[in-house]
Design a protein around this ligand. Structure first.
Ligand code: HEM
Length: 440
């Protein structure tokens, strides 16, 4: 069993449905102010104890490398963090394939320059409880000398709980050994906890390297934060260019993701949407790809088959269980609009912000970006990229296997543009107190 009382609740607790919340970005101007903030916040940060029981609202705290420096963490300890975390997400742009429109030079000013030191994440299942948790959070940092609020990004409250391209999301998550809950049908075998939380054996049988001292590293984890702007006009234009009727467009939208917008997987509902299936957590993820070896239901290149190929035969022998991430996706801005078709619609403030959580989040994100998002050879679709999150060059295509001949859709664009991101460390509750008490 994991030390649930030590692990921050966001690591294990699922995003509620419906949900509402905020990501708050803070800067530490002097170590005393930063430590005082952590001292004040620590009692309000929920642990993962009973994470499977519905909760009202909770708060988590994550700290960037620049934040650890600003808090005055000793150099020997700073040096014990992995290189990619130390240099930050923007400096790893090449490894992450964050190029062209996604290049850090095009990001929102907030991101990329080591500006964000502390990230607070507030999740809630109702507007009223969100207001309450934010009032409590603000009481800790507003007016606190030595700490500056850089930005507050609110998310959630989307009609029908759909994401920025109109899909139900947040369905599949990796099952984690020792987390206290049996996997749901289709979740796969529980993965060793050390893949997600520091201090426990991983899939290779030994714990991953942990930041030092042990009180700082154990029960902590890493978070890759990514903010995307959804180009809803471009997405809809692609559907219209390749689908004459509403039914054809909805099928194409399902083929791009591997699920209908309701969440129903194409492997179980290949011909028509089945909203009851999409809504049922005991059935909506209960599939593998054995019955779809040709990709005629879920195309090989669709988003979910790339992001979790399950039992798909890959061109290179790969253990898919070591490339999983816990996803806390959140949708912000105006809701998806199926009638938005203009270029002006691409600029409307709406999209998704993600927390990707794992004990090796940096390495996993770099692997995913290089091999499974920005390339298609691993799954036999040549140099096609992920149709949802890939950065597309002119002439990009999406292939739908079909008998007697496959269909190739043209005019694929970059539907989600990266607006910024950062790597964070999400410490245990003991580590939060250790950080708060640095310097005596
Ligand atoms: C705005 C950008 C994105 C959109 C609109 C999007 C949309 C979706 C949707 C609709 C699903 C299916 C429902 C579910 O299982 O939750 C899904 C699943 C998934 N997505 Fe994304 N996604 C986005 C970005 C990303 C990114 C950046 C990653 C990883 C680097 C990612 C990784 C995954 C994974 C791992 C799954 C589950 C696949 C499975 O286990 O079957 N997504 N996404």
């Amino acid at each position: 069993m994991l030390d649930l009382h030590e692990i921050q609740s966001t690591v294990l607790r699922l995003r509620p449905a419906p949900y509402v919340g905020s990501h708050v970005a803070l800067r530490v101007d002097n170590p005393q102010g930063g430590r005082e903030l952590l001292r004040r916040l620590a009692p309000h940060v929920d642990s993962a104890t009973n994470w499977w029981k519905p909760a009202n609202a909770w708060l988590s705290v994550a700290i960037s490398y620049a934040g650890l420096e600003a808090l005055g963490v000793p150099q020997a300890s700073l040096d014990s963090f992995p290189e990619a975390f130390r240099v930050g997400m923007a400096a790893r742009a090449r490894e992450l394939r964050d190029e062209g429109v996604n290049d850090p030079k095009n990001w929102e000013k907030l991101f990329g320059g080591g500006r964000i030191h502390i990230g607070l994440n507030a999740f809630s299942d109702s507007e009223e409880k969100w207001r309450r948790v934010m009032t409590m959070a603000r009481a800790q940092y507003d007016g606190l000398s030595g700490v500056t609020v850089l930005d507050v990004q609110n998310f959630g409250l989307q009609p029908g709980d759909r994401n920025s391209l109109g899909y139900k999301d947040g369905i599949d998550q990796p099952a984690i050994e020792g987390s206290g809950v049996d996997p749901l049908p289709g979740q796969g075998r529980p993965i060793k906890a050390g893949e997600f939380i520091l201090g426990y054996p991983g899939e290779a049988g030994v714990p991953l390297p942990m930041p030092q001292p042990e009180v700082l590293g154990r029960n902590g984890t890493y978070v890759g934060f990514r903010k995307y702007q959804s180009r809803v006009g471009a997405f809809n234009r692609f559907l219209h260019a390749n689908g004459k009727t509403e039914a054809e467009r909805e099928l194409l939208a399902a083929k791009l993701v591997g699920r209908w917008r309701s969440g129903a997987p194409l492997t179980l509902a290949p011909e028509a949407d089945d909203p009851a299936l999409g809504a049922d957590p005991h059935r909506n993820n209960d599939f593998n790809y054995a019955s779809d070896a040709q990709g005629r239901k879920a195309p090989f290149g669709c988003h979910i088959r790339r992001m979790n190929p399950r039992d798909t035969e890959l061109t290179r022998l790969t253990d898919v269980n070591i490339h999983r991430l816990i996803r806390r996706g959140t949708t912000y801005g105006l809701p998806y609009d199926p009638n938005a078709l203009s270029e002006a619609d691409d600029e409307v403030e709406r999209g998704a912000m993600f927390l990707f959580i794992s004990a090796k989040a940096m390495a996993t994100m770099e692997f995913l970006q290089q091999e499974w998002i920005d390339d298609g050879n691993f799954i036999g679709v040549g140099d096609e990229r992920d149709p949802i999150i890939g950065r597309q060059d002119e002439g990009a295509t999406f292939t739908i296997p079909k008998a007697p001949v496959r269909r190739r859709c043209h005019g694929l664009e970059t539907f989600n543009v990266l607006r910024g991101g950062e790597y964070f460390f999400m410490p245990s509750l003991s580590a939060l107190r250790w950080l708060a008490n640095l310097g005596g």
